[in-house]
Design a protein. Structure first.
Length: 186
């Protein structure tokens, strides 16, 4: 049996040429961090510095086990942030799921009967105080990206400057707060 030598080890560098992430992959794995990454620290760095960052393949034509070994070696030599180094890797390397195919669960087709059950379960349902407390606790400490904040602010401004929306709130007895808020923001 011949071992497939299609793996490589790559390093993402920040704009000041300090390494921030070491990974193993094949195909275009190193590029996937630009659109989706499980490592939220790397995602945040890429969101802030994407245009100034670069990725470099440090070794290629490796077997998977060679790539894992080199990945672990580089992570231990450079050092993870938890141990005083600059890398934001979550682990010491050497693990992962090769050939994993991401399945977008939202694309699954549901029968009309199932959709009707989901809709019926959502109508008029009030959350219990325990559910609300659990949802609130989950949000504590979560940070929103600057882009998301801008989008939410713009949507709120559009909504609060819409006469139909203000009329609807007025009928519900809540227009005062919305109009005061829209005047402060605009």
């Amino acid at each position: 049996m011949m071992l497939q030598k299609s793996y490589y080890v790559y390093v993402w560098f920040r704009r000041n040429d300090v390494p921030c992430y070491v990974g193993k992959g094949h195909g275009d794995r190193w590029k996937q961090h630009l659109t989706r990454s499980k490592n939220r620290h790397l995602s945040n760095i890429l969101a802030k510095e994407k245009k100034q960052m670069r990725a470099e393949i440090v070794a290629n034509q490796l077997t998977e086990s060679e790539a894992f070994e080199l990945e672990m070696l580089l992570i231990s030599v450079i050092g993870r942030r938890q141990h005083g180094g600059p890398l934001v890797n979550s682990t010491d390397g050497g693990e992962g799921t090769s050939g994993y195919k991401h399945v977008n669960r939202r694309m699954r087709k549901h029968s009309q009967e199932h959709k009707d059950k989901i809709a019926a379960s959502l109508i008029g349902g009030k959350r219990t105080p325990e559910q609300r407390a659990k949802m609130s606790a989950w949000q504590i400490g979560r940070k929103m990206s600057p882009e998301s904040r801008v989008k939410m602010r713009e949507a709120a401004i559009r909504r609060c400057s819409n006469p139909d929306y203000l009329e609807k709130l007025s009928r519900a007895g809540k227009a005062g707060a919305a109009s005061r808020w829209s005047k402060q923001v605009i």
